[in-house]
Design a protein around this ligand. Structure first.
Ligand SMILES: *[C@@H]1O[C@H](CO)[C@@H](O)[C@H](O)[C@H]1NC(C)=O
Ligand SMILES: *[C@@H]1O[C@H](CO)[C@@H](O)[C@H](O)[C@H]1NC(C)=O
Ligand SMILES: *[C@@H]1O[C@H](CO)[C@@H](O)[C@H](O)[C@H]1NC(C)=O
Length: 209
């Protein structure tokens, strides 16, 4: 909803057991009155008119999420691998009402085309926001990074229902219970906190192999 974000759909090694976090650390709940939601009067179809700050939701040509049509994905051999350096960090698990997220104190960084982005927070959407060939996934994790010039990059990880975290998979998996743990604390208009997919407006998805 804010500045244009770059999305990369890649698997990363995050050993998260949300159930453990939610029960041992406890959720920090913010009793915010939400100024947007995922259904009702302030749902995605109206985001663009809720505030001047949200206007790009209506006129923007580079909006996320998108449906990734795999037969249109362009392999680009000059793309470079993403460099990630994540550290053990003190975190706060927060129920924002519109998602469950974690705030990092010093989570690490991520370098793309020589530019450094610092990991600020991550949060989950249930079900996924992005689709692949028209298919929604059980959940989607967004790792939000910010560079010193104020620009953002988000890494998105898709989850399907299955066993916890198989080591080699393009799409990671989580259990039904974990999906429910992500949904339970959310406000009633945000139980399905995914925005519908947006028009491509001539954009191409590029793939690094
Ligand atoms: C929506 O509310 C949050 C706090 O709950 C505030 O930080 C943000 O600026 C508000 N956005 C708009 C566009 O009013
Ligand atoms: C491939 O990626 C490089 C590096 O980001 C970029 O400069 C180039 O424009 C891309 N090629 C195409 C065909 O978009
Ligand atoms: C986490 O916080 C504790 C208490 O403030 C501190 O002693 C510790 O060094 C922090 N750990 C990391 C990895 O930053």
């Amino acid at each position: 909803m804010a500045a244009p974000l770059s999305f990369f759909i890649i698997p990363i090694a995050l050993l998260l057991d949300l159930h453990t976090y939610a029960s041992s650390a406890g959720l920090v709940g913010l009793d915010t009155v939400l100024n947007f939601s995922y259904s009702g009067n302030t749902g995605p179809g109206r985001w663009g008119s809720l505030s001047p700050a949200y206007a790009p939701c209506a006129y923007g040509k580079w909006q996320s999420p998108i449906d990734i049509e795999t037969d249109k994905v362009v392999v680009n051999k000059t793309l470079k691998p993403l460099k990630r350096h994540y550290y053990p960090s003190n975190t706060t698990l927060i129920d924002h009402g519109y998602n469950v997220g974690m705030q990092f104190e010093n989570g690490g960084e991520f370098i793309v085309d020589g530019k450094k982005y610092t990991l600020l927070q991550m949060h989950w959407h249930v079900p996924s926001e992005h689709k692949i060939d028209g298919v929604l996934f059980a959940s989607e994790l967004h790792l939000v990074h910010k560079a010193s010039d104020g620009s953002y990059t988000v890494i998105a990880v898709l989850y399907k229902i299955g066993d916890a975290d198989p080591t080699v998979a393009k799409v990671r998996s989580m259990s039904e219970e974990q999906v429910e743990a992500l949904r339970a604390p959310l406000q009633s208009t945000c139980k399905s906190n995914h925005r519908p997919v947006q028009p491509m407006h001539g954009r191409h998805v590029q793939l690094f192999i």
